[in-house]
Design a protein around this ligand. Structure first.
Ligand code: FA5
Length: 626
């Protein structure tokens, strides 16, 4: 196997993914081999790249990279864990690599520049930055008096902005195109050839710039004879200068009117803030209108707005200047008066804005606490779950019509033989069998499971994503009275003293008997009529008076219309569900209930939320009221 060398196809790749092929922790440094890499291994005079290789569980800091028989060895320090076949994210230290690319390309341009001056001379060796040295060694003498000339020549190649390309090419093709190579090269092997403009190509395996003028200015720093070769040393303008140049180039980009407007708004906000802070008038003038002030700085943008927008931009800037001048004039604090940065301790304070939990989170917190007080513990189960937990283990076999009521979203994923399809769970009842399994089918179970649920429904009382809370109690001797007691306890705790619960017969596949649960309306106290409120003794309607007047003379409660609000379902756990969870139904019984968090919460006194979609509108004007 060979490592795929991504840097040969695209030398500008700063990041890529790869798979770990081997990890050797035995050598003094950890060595990692990948199936492909963007890390350049030291060679051809170009230094190795550094950077990081990251997986889910570990990070590897690459300090050296080398080539060995088709494999690239990444050496460095491993923190955490990495395994063969792990997917990894590779990142090279781009600034260093880019500098190395510049130096390498400059080396090839230097070779060409000397050749342009002395047709017979050519480079035989090169170092493009290893150990911070850079030179090209020439076969024939290069005289020191030529330094200026070589420098001019190489920088003229830089300014010509020639295209730099690399291609893999066979020996046959080299001969066909009459490409003259300076060295004996391996036979019968494809070569990588680098071309700068129309100059004669040269073999090269390094990373290079795309055009010559991407390189900073090149300086020749000396010429030295060594071992019968003439080393011409060179340097390029330092990296910081190049980066600064790139930044100033990017400041030439066109600025749109909306970008300008947003910059103007920023300045207006800034000055508003400074006025609140009581900055001295003179300081404000220098800061905003001074020669090097914020306004003049912003006004330079006019050269970047494009001719079509110049007029409008000028107008916007003029308005800003008037605005700034007027604002500064309004400032009462001057260096002459001693009020600089005065603080009026009697002024009412500015209340810092604090956020709060979303209403639904507040409700979940309160519900959890209410049930924890009577020994329930909070569980969480997946909101993307197997059909088995959502339906089948709950006594709803495949194709059972009862499933239709849960308008289900199915996940487009392979199905499992036992577990069935993957669905977005339609109710928190998926936690019933999961909780029984978690406790190894050992009683007692007192679970409160609060989670997100999903159904294909959307109207004032239904959202596609909503929350339910599910209670499950299993033990010996649990009966329906325990359920009713729990409902009454919750009603009083959540809605306030006097609130009652009511159960009505219903049908769910997973409970027997099944019930629907209602709570009494806090406005009409369960009577359905508003006039009852004033005719109560200990919460009960008083005999006589309006409580027994004919219905058409009485005012109906608009909030509930019947005295009761339905919140959800409940019942005694079906023996088949107990069996699916590993419990013996002849020994154990249990009850369960499942209600909508949003629905239960919006019925609270004083909320007046008649459309639960508002809860998810993200409208701060609504949310901030609570
Ligand atoms: C169920 O989901 C049963 N799993 C409840 C249950 C649990 C019964 C345990 C027995 C034992 P139902 O489909 O009725 O039942 O939903 C219960 C409550 O969830 C509803 O009354 C409502 O308050 C809430 N709800 C259901 N669908 C939505 C929706 N699309 N948007 C908001 N709330 C919803």
């Amino acid at each position: 196997m060979k490592t795929k060398l991504l840097y040969l196809d695209d030398a500008y790749l700063k990041e890529s993914s790869a798979k770990i092929v081997s990890i050797n922790t035995k050598s003094p440094q950890v060595e990692i081999v990948l199936d492909q890499t963007i890390f350049y291994p030291q060679g051809g005079g170009q230094p190795a790249d550094t950077g990081t290789i990251q997986t889910d569980k570990g990070i590897f800091t690459v300090s050296h990279v080398s080539y060995n028989d088709g494999l690239i060895l990444h050496k460095g320090k491993l923190e955490g864990l990495m395994n063969i076949d792990d997917k990894a994210l590779l990142k090279i230290n781009w600034e260093t690599r880019y500098h190395n690319m510049m130096l390498h390309t400059a080396g090839h341009m230097l070779d060409q520049a000397v050749k342009n001056i002395d047709n017979k001379n050519f480079g035989v060796d090169g170092n493009h930055g290893i150990a911070k040295r850079a030179f090209v060694a020439f076969k024939f003498p290069v005289d020191e008096s030529l330094i200026g000339k070589i420098e001019d020549e190489i920088n003229s190649i830089v300014h010509k902005n020639l295209k730099i390309t690399a291609e893999n090419i066979s020996e046959k093709e080299i001969n066909k195109r009459k490409i003259k190579l300076q060295f004996e090269l391996p036979k019968n092997k494809d070569l990588r050839i680098l071309s700068i403009g129309s100059y004669n190509p040269m073999p090269d395996g390094g990373t290079h710039l795309k055009t010559t003028n991407e390189c900073s200015k090149v300086s020749i720093t000396g010429i030295q004879e060594k071992k019968g070769q003439w080393r011409v040393s060179y340097s390029i303008e330092d990296r910081e200068n190049k980066i600064k140049k790139d930044k100033s180039d990017s400041s030439n980009k066109i600025i749109s009117i909306s970008e300008l407007k947003s910059k103007v708004t920023n300045v207006q906000n800034l000055i508003k803030n400074d006025l609140i802070e009581n900055l001295v008038k003179e300081e404000l003038k220098t800061k905003y209108l001074g020669k090097k002030g914020i306004f003049n700085d912003l006004a330079k943008i006019i050269s970047q707005v494009g001719s079509a927008n110049k007029r409008q931009a000028g107008q916007i800037l003029n308005e800003l200047k008037t605005d700034i001048t007027e604002s500064i004039e309004k400032s009462v604090v001057t260096s002459g008066n001693s009020q600089k940065k005065w603080v009026d301790l009697t002024a009412p304070g500015i209340k810092p804005k604090t956020g709060h939990m979303h209403l639904v989170s507040q409700a979940m917190e309160e519900i959890t606490q209410i049930f924890e007080r009577i020994g329930f513990s909070r569980s969480r189960y997946p909101e993307v779950d197997w059909d088995w937990y959502v339906f089948e283990s709950l006594n709803m076999p495949k194709n059972h019509p009862a499933r239709d009521e849960w308008e289900t979203f199915f996940v487009d994923a392979p199905m499992n033989k036992k577990m069935g399809k993957i669905v977005l769970t339609t109710h928190t009842s998926n936690g019933q069998v999961r909780e029984m399994e978690r406790l190894n089918s050992k009683p007692p179970i007192r679970m409160i499971n609060i989670a997100r649920c999903y159904r294909r429904q959307q109207d004032a009382t239904h959202t596609q994503m909503f929350h339910q809370f599910e209670g499950l109690v299993i033990d010996k001797g649990i009966n329906i009275q325990h359920l009713k007691g729990t409902l009454d306890y919750f009603a009083e705790q959540f809605y306030g003293p006097g609130t009652k619960s009511r159960i009505r017969p219903f049908h769910f596949q997973f409970t027997e008997p099944s019930l629907e649960v209602d709570f009494s309306c806090h406005i009409c106290h369960g009577t359905g009529f508003l006039d009852e409120k004033t005719n109560k003794v200990n919460g009960e309607a008083r005999e006589g008076a309006l409580g027994h007047a004919p219905e058409n003379q009485r005012q109906k409660c608009k909030f509930c219309k019947s005295g009761w609000h339905e919140v959800g379902g409940a019942g005694m756990v079906h023996p088949n569900v107990l069996t699916a969870g590993g419990f013996n139904p002849s020994l154990y019984t249990g009850f369960a209930f499942g209600w909508g968090v949003e629905r239960t919460y919006t019925l609270k006194e004083g909320l007046n939320i008649d459309d639960i979609r508002l809860l998810y509108s993200g409208d701060l004007k609504f949310l901030e009221q609570f």
